[in-house]
Design a protein around this ligand. Sequence first.
Ligand SMILES: *Cc1c(COP(=O)(O)O)cnc(C)c1O
Length: 707
Amino acid sequence: MPKSRAYGGLDAFRILAALLVVAIHISPLTTYSAAGDFFLTRCLAQVAVPFFFMVTGHFVLGQVLEGKGTFAPLGRQVRKILLLYLVAVVLYLPIGWYAGHYQDLRLLDGVRLLVFDGTFYHLWYFPACAMGLLVVYGLSRVFRGRGLWVAVGVLYGIALLGDSYYGLTTQIAPLASLYEAGFHLFSYTRNGLFMAPLFLLLGAQMGKRGPAPLPWAAGLGLALSLALMTGEGFLLRHLGLQRHDSMYLLLPLVMCFLYRLLLAWPAKAPAACRTLSTWVYILHPAMLVVLRGGAKVVGLTEILVGNSLVQYLMVCLLSFLTAGVVTWVLGRLRPQVPQLGRAWVQLDRAALIHNVAALRALLPPGCQLMPAVKADAYGHGALPVARILQGEGVSAFCVACLSEGIQLRKGGIRGEILILGYTHPDQFPLLRRYRLSQTVVDAAYARQLAAYGRPLSVHLAVDTGMHRLGEASGHLEEIRQIFALPSLRIQGIYTHLCTADGTTSRDQAYVHRQAQAFRELLERLQNQGIALPKVHLLASHGLLNYPDLGGDYARVGIALYGLLSTREDRNLAAPDLRPVLSLRARVASVKTLSPGCAAGYGLAFVAQRPTKVAVLAIGYADGLPRTLTGGQVLLHGCRAPIVGRICMDQTLVDVTEIPAVDPGDVAVLLGTSGQETITAYDLAQQAGTITNEILSRLGPRLERIVR
Ligand SMILES: *Cc1c(COP(=O)(O)O)cnc(C)c1O
């Protein structure tokens, strides 16, 4: 599972799920109420194990089933699960032995225990998870799409008929004898063959769909389905149909609501929850043994074991303590892979949050930020940036293309995501799957969107004079027809200004012409009885210079990152914006050139004196413009000139004047070191471009670190 905060809800729930698993095995309420305990452990707590299956399905099966992945990641996960199982088997061998679980064990019993039941009662989960993954993978090779769902559904049906609904099975003699035969091989149908596949696949599916768009609705669905499932449980219990109680007909529905709700839950939970919950799961039966032994020794059996609730709480306490120790020890043992290896982009979280506040202060009334996080958030890293923004209450984003939108959704970003550019009709299904809004680039494209047939959420681009995307603002009839298309859900209408950064009177006049054309169109549409969706026209320079033009959204890009396009930009408003990004790279090697010695491609640099050269592990493939001749970097707070031609992966700098430069030292290519600063303006000026281009070209090969 990726190390990210976006799955905080899942991580937090792991702890709760571990507590529920302990409850299933200890029945904490038996001392007080049999029905209460049935509700807690046989209904409510039955979400715990399917939840763990779903998380595995989400993070392991997801990619594999999309057809992109090969078997390899799945194979790795299966190996990991089996290794953990092996450790647990060995751990419980003495206890199982003492309890007489392995007496008179025949070969078939051994297979049953190892492959299906688990060698100790709770350990069935591990072989089930591994086998379930393999079963789903195998089925996915044979069945596609709906067929795969039918296949795992049938398996789940088989599982139900051997579990909560076994009473029905026994009514049909041939079926009953089939199950009887099966039960020689496995004691329960809650195993990797029948139960796990459905939940693994559900996890993969729910993960793909992302967080619930309306958390309250998912919460309501969860409450209702859980209530119904509880009814189902009590009914089956009343009718005496249950052979076992791991599965209900309604359990998959409950799990769908629960999982999407958890994806939407913005909990902050440390990644250590994952290891912790696993070890609570593994260790709690041992802690029960420890508790019973300990209670006997100190003569407190009646209180500590006699009361089911006290016993439960004690086992939880002991389990979390020991699991905590194991987690800590494992954390120490695991080699910490150091980040900041070669070259990286470092984000200043505080600066970004500051800029959000500074720009919000400029927003016209009723207007919200709709940050542009296209081009990997102008090279900053789309996900880290969008997550910080989401944490600041931003609920609408714009991106340039489909893949950028999908990346955000998969990373747990909620709210509106508008694609500003073109999406090919073959890819329209993905717009729906990831709940993305598409820009209508002109009237012909609107008809293509409508021809898709199923509802699509869109914003209508209007061309008011930039002559890039958008239906011409003068084409009232065409635009009216777009509004009449039945399957388009038009959420917004917008235009883009092309001279908002200019200071000449010609530039200003053009902005007003564009704004006027837009306003007239909106009025005409309203006069035709069309209710206007969200309206927007301001980007960074628009907001800084023409806030009075208003709108429901401001699509702010470059300013959010603390910059204007060029140093010379003059704006009406000059908020205190702070650059968010710095770019750093390690020194790979240091060497000395004697006078006359040349270096780099084309021998473009010739040493005029004994010259110490540091080789930086960053090049134009990382987005450093090759035209940065005459540029500088910072090392130990000093400026070092870039020499020779920038290579794809390396850059040479002259460090003759800088004492003690060693391999591994960090050079700053953009940002501050000591008293010195290199800005994106400097790079843009040297490279003959604007900051937007410098930043957006910083490549995916760079690590992204938030500080
Ligand atoms: C890129 C883009 C923006 C953001 O522009 P900035 O100048 O970086 O604020 C806004 N709207 C559209 C249509 C864009 O393409």
